[in-house]
Design a protein around this ligand. Sequence first.
Ligand code: GLV
Ligand code: MN
Ligand code: MN
Ligand code: MN
Length: 445
Amino acid sequence: RWQSRSMDLSPASPVASPLKALMAAIEDTGRDERRGGYSRPVYSAAERDLREWFTSEALRRGLVVETDANGILWAWWDLPGDSAAGIDGTSGVPERRGALVTGSHLDSVPGGGAFDGPLGVAGALAAVDLLQAREREGGLIRNRALAVAVFPEEEGSRFGVACLGSRLLAGAIDPAKALSLRDADGNTFADVARANGLDPELMGRDEAALSRIGDFVELHVEQGRGLNTEEFMDAAGRGPAVAVGGSVLGHGRWRFTIAGQGNHAGTTLMADRADPMVAAAQLIVAVRQTAAAQSGARATVGRLEPVPGGTNVIASRVDLWLDVRHPEDVVTAALVEKIHGQAQRIAAMEGCTVRLTEESYSGTVHFDAALQRSLEQSVARTVPGAPVLATGAGHDAGVLAALVPTGMLFVRNPSGISHSPEEYVEDADAELGVAALADALQDLL
Ligand code: GLV
Ligand code: MN
Ligand code: MN
Ligand code: MN
């Protein structure tokens, strides 16, 4: 810190990047000392702090900040003369229909990295800085409004359904179902939304908000090693800094509830047990083997809750969450059916029963072809040879793609690690990501 401060004072040093300063301002928010990395569940103190940070940064740039009925934050850069102040004597009502929208999310998985979500939000603010500077210099013509959006509960880490904010906006989830979702403490989404100033009655598909999105472009850290594959590497073994999104892998979440007989660890003979933990252990291995045998499939059990959860207690029940992804919806469905059958056999052998519930599903999404071509052309100016990449991670862009032309830009992730404290990007790549986003937005404005 001391070193960088002394460097900043040097007159020869380059101007500090807005992106770096923006990311640095939130680097202590929501740190998770126990898990490492960040835990920023939606509507936690940490995520609310990030929303406030976003709001003040947006206001500092002269943007108009609003929260919609579904809790999505919008920061509007209206066209001149359309400002809410009505400076030119017009009605003062900004025309935002068909606006260009960028942004991402500020919530995280438990113990997540610094970039999944915030890079697309801070990167959007930094891109606005670049565009506003270009406009001041006469190098930018705008034909429509631009908004930076922040979507709540992208990760589904608190209420179980990923992209909850964009799903509500798009009508891709029944509001009644969304409102009845519960967090680990038993709070309903309805109660938490209300406590955060939202009216549950108003949540759900929002035609007015949708009509304002002409195109949506999300900047995101790459969450695999897609840009670091040999195919794309230069002679020095370095992949391109940025990719254009091509598709989002179909993915879903299922919950298995395995019920057995809760009992005493010391008095219950091994032969007398119906232990759902033993069934869960076998099921997890079966999930791994079944997915490994299916080309292109990914299946994960990352969360398991024994009830009541005591060292000297044979559990009475285990809840176990399954995440399955594959490019073809029918293959995903068949995999889940196969795993369900395995779960039933395993549970029966252990004297347990099993119940399967689908919590969410999103089919494979191919981004809008014309927008993708536009992004490729814009990005080529800063990152020649930027490839088009599919992603195995879910995104709000994937949900919105069903309704509006949508595209994504990915910043190279050297290790490919994500959803982990070890996720990182290099400064130079992140800067190219911002430059590419600014160019892409400029071309679309
Ligand atoms: C969210 O990042 C997901 O892909 O699950
Ligand atoms: Mn993300
Ligand atoms: Mn994520
Ligand atoms: Mn995601």
